[in-house]
Structures are given as structure tokens and as C-alpha cells.
Design a protein around this ligand. Structure first.
Ligand SMILES: [Zn+2]
Ligand SMILES: [Zn+2]
Length: 324
């Protein structure tokens, strides 16, 4: 590929310079002057063959620039802030003669490769040696090191033993086990929401969620609270709904309270204005109220195990299976 002002896809105009980039701009500018003095007609982009090189520069490695199109920060490096690319004179009849340096992505040792080897070829060789995706993985480790370190510390603090022991192991895990890593991030968030949850609670939560219980599920259940059996004045249809249901279903006030006290898990619904407590014996739903002084939650409805839907039945079974 020849890089011209027409196909310079990355920066149509030289990009704004970051403070650290002035040396790179000056170096490339003097490189240009030097090539012109030597009557060089074309030059070639030379990216570093190591794990620090980004995909943009990697793709541009080996591309040819006519000196007439040479524009620092656009068709010629730097291609982006902190770009490490340089240029070298290009002569058709000299292709393949000489060597260039490359680094091993794992050991960091440098070695020489034929001069016309491109970044993509070097990458393919490294990936073959260490397994597919190796170069990308190692680059991510380098690029994200600062953020990953913060994340590692936060994860260790919240999840202790669940997190790989060392930072090195953590990064390796993060970039090579996407499924397991996703599970760890989910566990981290879950423990943020439910601080007292054990690993087993988290597994129970996932199993219940998978069954299709809707709302924000919590294992263990929310702390117990008193179920006031009062009229729900905000209900236009049936303010005494809870009393009707208790009567129809032969559920006592003690039962209503016991379903809460012995809940295996709870679920928040309606933007947190409903709390549903699920126990082996039955379910009690509380609703937020502003109708009574000093009382925030009243019982909304209840049903016993004889009226469990299939999903609730399954969810209860999952909780029991996980040792609840
Ligand atoms: Zn780059
Ligand atoms: Zn570069």
C-alpha cells in the first residue's frame, strides 16, 4: 500500500500535538529534510515490532510514502499521540536486503528479522509461537496496566480469594478467559449491591435469575421487617386487597410475617417500591407507603406455597439446592 493524502484514513490533517509529541514531530520533520537532501523519492513507514505497537501503526508498517506526499503527523508519522513510528528511505531494488529488529512478545528479547518483514508477519509468527491472540493480549496488558492495577486492588479488596493472586495472573486471566472474567465482574458488582453475599449466595442468585424471576434479586434476602397489615389507600381498586387474600387463602398474620422472616431471597420491583420476600412456605409482598406516620412499608399481598407458580417453585428449589 502506498500512503497518499487521499487514503490517509486516520488523520486528514495533522492531529493536535500532545506535549510529549514535539520531539517526534521535530524528528520526523528533520527526517523529511534529510531525505529530500539525499534525493530520496520514496520512504517506508517503520513501526516497532514489539508488544507496544498499536493496531493503527501495525497496519501502516511497511507502507510507502512518496516524498511529495510526505506530511508529518498525517501521511507520515507520528500517526497519533505518542506514536513511535519512524521512516526509512525506500528503494525497490534494495527490498529484502538487510535486517530489522524485533522483540519477542513474551520474553522481550530482541532479535533480527529480514528487513522486508512487516508488523503483520511478525505478529503472525509470534501468535503461532505462543498461541492465537498473544500479541493483542500482551499489548492490552501494557496499555491497560494502570487501570488494571486499580481494578485488581478494588477486586482483591471486595472479593479477596476469588481474584487471581498476583497482578500478572489477574491480567492474564482478564485477557485470556473472557467468560470467567465476565463472571468475576458480575460477582464484583453483585457484592457491591449485596455486601454480605457469599460466593454460594452469588451462585444462587445467578441460578434464580436464570429461571426468570424478574426484578432485582437479592440472596440473602433483605433484612426482615415488620409486615403491617393495613389498608393500601393508594389502591383505587381494592385497598383491602391483603385482607381479602389472607381470608381467601387462609393465611394468618403470623404466616405473612414468617414468609418475610424466613425468606430465602427477596426481589425489588417497581423501581424499588415493592419488596417481595420468598420463603419455602409462602410469599409476602410489601409496598412503600406515605399514608401512615412512621410506617414506610405495608403488606400488599401474600400467597402460600400451594399457590406457587412454576418459576417460583423452581427458584425455591434452586435456593434449597444451594444450601439455603
Ligand atoms: Zn500506534
Ligand atoms: Zn506509530
Amino acid at each position: 500500500m502506498i500512503l497518499t493524502p487521499r487514503n490517509r484514513t486516520y488523520f486528514r490533517k495533522p492531529f493536535p500535538r500532545a506535549r510529549g509529541d514535539y520531539p517526534a514531530f521535530f524528528a520526523q520533520q528533520s527526517q523529511k529534510d534529510c531525505f529530500e537532501e539525499l534525493d530520496v523519492e520514496k520512504c517506508k513507514v517503520v513501526a516497532a515490532l514489539d508488544k507496544h505497537t498499536c493496531p493503527i501503526c501495525g497496519k501502516l508498517d511497511g507502507t510507502i510514502i512518496k516524498m511529495s506526499d510526505y506530511e508529518v503527523g498525517s501521511t507520515a508519522p507520528p500517526f497519533h499521540p505518542w506514536c513511535r513510528c519512524t521512516t526509512a528511505p525506500y528503494f525497490e531494488d534494495m527490498e529484502g536486503i538487510g535486517e530489522r529488529y524485533a522483540r519477542d512478545v513474551e520474553t522481550g528479547e530482541s532479535f533480527t528479522v529480514p528487513k522486508d518483514m512487516t508488523y503483520e508477519q511478525w505478529k503472525a509468527i509470534q501468535d503461532k509461537k505462543y498461541g492465537a491472540g498473544k500479541v493483542d493480549t500482551e499489548r492490552k496488558k501494557v496499555y491497560n496496566e494502570v487501570a488494571d492495577k486499580k481494578q485488581f486492588e478494588a477486586y482483591k479488596k471486595r472479593l479477596s480469594d476469588e481474584v487471581p493472586k498476583t497482578f500478572k495472573d489477574f491480567q492474564e486471566f482478564k485477557y485470556t478467559n473472557p467468560e470467567a472474567y465476565k463472571d468475576l465482574t458480575e460477582h464484583y458488582r453483585y457484592k457491591g449491591r449485596v455486601p454480605e453475599a457469599t460466593k454460594e449466595d452469588f451462585e444462587t442468585y445467578k441460578a434464580i435469575k436464570a429461571i426468570g424471576i424478574r426484578g432485582s434479586i437479592r440472596v440473602p434476602a433483605l433484612p426482615s421487617q415488620h409486615a403491617y397489615i393495613l389498608e393500601d389507600k393508594s389502591s383505587k381498586r381494592d385497598p383491602a386487597h391483603i385482607m381479602h387474600r389472607m381470608f381467601e387463602r387462609n393465611i394468618s398474620a403470623d404466616n405473612v410475617q414468617n414468609y418475610i422472616d424466613n425468606a430465602l431471597f427477596s426481589v425489588k420491583q417497581y423501581k424499588g417500591t415493592r419488596r417481595v420476600f420468598y420463603s419455602k412456605e409462602g410469599v409476602t409482598v410489601l409496598t412503600y407507603t406515605q399514608d401512615y406516620d412512621g410506617i414506610d412499608w405495608i403488606a400488599k399481598t401474600t400467597w402460600s406455597k400451594y399457590d406457587f407458580e412454576e418459576t417460583v417453585e423452581k427458584a425455591i428449589q434452586e435456593a434449597i439446592k444451594h444450601g439455603k
